[in-house]
Structures are given as structure tokens and as C-alpha cells.
Design a protein around this ligand. Sequence first.
Ligand code: PMP
Length: 425
Amino acid sequence: MSSGYPITSLSSFREPSAIRSLQPLLAIPQMISLGGGAPNPETFPIASISLNLTSGETLELSPAELAVLQQYTTSTGLPALSKHLRDLQSLVHNDTTSKHIVTNGSQDGLAKAFEMLLDPAEDSLLVESPTYSGSLSFLQPMGIPLVPLSTDGLGLVPASLRSTLENWSTTHSNKKKPRCLYTIPTGSNPSGGTLPLSRKQEIYEIATEHNVLILEDDPYYYMNFDTLGKERAASFLSIDKTHAESSGGSRRVLRFDSFSKIISAGLRVGWVTGPSSLIDRLELHTQSTLLHPSGLSQAVVAKLFDGWGGAAGYLEHADSVAAFYMARRDAFVAAATAELGDRVSFSVPTAGMFVWMDLRGIDDANELIVRKAVDRKVLLVPGVSFTPGGGTSGWVRASYSTATEVEMKEACRRLAELLDEENGG
Ligand code: PMP
């Protein structure tokens, strides 16, 4: 499928930027540049930056690092960070052959990829139902027809993907078969579901049979409680790498990673990994939109990796973050069980920061959650926000990320009271 990736006409019209193309030439010895529009570094006002970590350690950005981060850099990412990302993808996903590009968080990578792959006039996208509202907010105005697939407490149900693709020509007679599947495999936002390996393998096989590209949106990968202290779960990226090597087939996974949940959301650093022809196309998009993500943000992340001793040290940090969220998950589940009892049902998430709750006796939770719960000072997100195509939903998303244990208990108590009132109790 390497030359057969589903590229939109908008993306295919993008040409390399004339000025960005000059950048690698600057590295040629004795080159005198009269060509670029880079500002003169002598005018840059920042002389030093030191990062005082919560661990008590201090990391200094050297004059050489400062010179790089204050200047324009490559569209695929700051070299100092790219090196760590290559090591990380190799260590975690055993993948040294894919390319990557740094993005302004994964939201940026997703929006660019959707635009690259989906032509509203002819394509449709296979999505989990429920799925991430941030992706829906990009896809729906684009007018991309969404094909919802069933999920349960363990994420996407493979049989739903199989039957949708196998029956496509009878159910959608004159519409092109979808070429892309969007999935959130770990601690899904909003469902909290995490795909077990056997499901991932089955989904990958179905995707191969039907020539589907998998868009693996995995910002909660490092917040997997079940793999803490054990071997990390195989990603679609690593399954793809192994499969392509043994079968000689082409690659079919574009993976979206993010440092938002593990390092900082405000730094806006994510990255996309996948086949070079697709990453090169995303690079053209970056060249024509933001030129490159913030050098300062990337340098801060690269420096943190240096301080941690590289990718292996990042994994230790990530595990400490996962342990933090696991304790919060336990606290929320205890609070919800005690206060809400059988007024709600939910699967206990094994990753991420969300609990997806079905409200007993409620078919449409929207009004209840957006107005009545807010009046009682409980903030939740109604299920309809995550439903492809909208409609009604009796589900809500609760996050255990920031509330204290006392607040979790109180919020569940307020919701229980409201549900009793609503159900005439
Ligand atoms: N995908 C999913 C499933 C998410 O939950 C989020 C963040 N809420 C994102 C993408 C975007 O993350 P980032 O901060 O990296 O842009």
C-alpha cells in the first residue's frame, strides 16, 4: 500500500517550501547564506535558561542549545528532541524504520492527518463509538461521513469492524469503502477502555485484509496501570513493524503520541510516527502552516530526557505518573461505588483518566448534565459530545485527574441525589 495511501487532493497539491528546502544546505561547510530569512542570533535576548525540577535537580540549557532553540529549526522537529524520540520508539515499539514528525500536541497531528487522508466528497472514516470529542470537532465540520463501530469495556469490538467492512458493498452500495480506522487503544477518551493484545491483533488482521490504514491515537499509552512494572503492551505500531517485516507487506499504521499527559499539556509537544511517504506529506503541511513547533518547548522536553538519562529514564518518569493516576482511579472507583451504587454502571478503567458511566433510567443525559448537574456544582461531560453523528446518550464521562478524594466523594454524592430526583426516588 506504500504508493497507495489514501491521499486527498488538497494534500497532494502541497509542494515543498522553497525557503524551508534551503535549511539542510546551511550545514554544508563554507556555505555563505544570503538566502534565508532567519533573524540574526546576535539580536536574541535570552542568555540562559535553567529548569528547576520538582525533583530538586537543576538543568541548564547550554549557549549552543539556546542558539538552536531561539532560531528557526527543521519542520520535522528539533534535532535534540528527534534523537530521543527515535530512541523511545525503538525501545518501546521496537521500531527503527518508521519516520516521525513533532507536532503541537497530538491534536495538531490528528488534524493534519485527517486533512491529508480524508476527502469529504468520497471518503468516510471508521470510528469507535464513543470517540474523542476533539477529533469529532475537527471531522464533523469537515463533513467527513463517520462510520461508528461498537465498543465495550475493552475498547473497539473487532466483530463490528469486520462486519462493517465485509458487508460494505451491500450496506453502502455506491460509496467507496473506508480506507482509514481511527482508534484510541489505551484508556480511551471517553470510554476508558484498553484493547487487549488479542483484539489488537484481530483488528490489525482485519485492517490488512481490507487494506485499511490504522490511525492509532495513543496519548494514554504510558498511563497503563496493568503494565506497570511489567512489559509494556504491544502497540499497533509494533504489530505493524513485525508484520511488515515477516510478510514483506507495506506499513499501515500512523501512530499519534503526546507528552501532554506525562510531561506537560501546555508545552504542546506530540509526535506522529509512520511510513515515510505519509510523514513527508505531514511535513509539507507543517511547512505551510506553522513552519515548525516551538523550539523552546521541544528543547525543554529534550533537556528533560537528557536529565533522565534518555528514553529509559523517561519510561521511569512515565511509570511514576501512571502510579499516581492508578491511585486516583482507585479512589474514584471507591467513591463512585459507595455514593452512586447501582444508579450507574461502568467498567473500571485499566489506563488513562476517564470513567464512562451509564446512568440507570436515563436515556438522554444532556440536559441533566449540562444544566441540572452544573446547578448542583458537579461538572461532567455528557455522552453525546463523544457520539459520532450526535443523537442522544444516557452516558457521561467522569475524569479522576484533578479532583481530591474528598471532592470525588462529594461529586458522586451530588450526582446520586440528582439521579434519585430524576428517577422519582
Ligand atoms: N487524543 C485524545 C484521545 C485525547 O484525549 C487528547 C487530549 N485530550 C488528544 C488527542 C490531544 O492531546 P494533545 O494535548 O497532545 O494535543
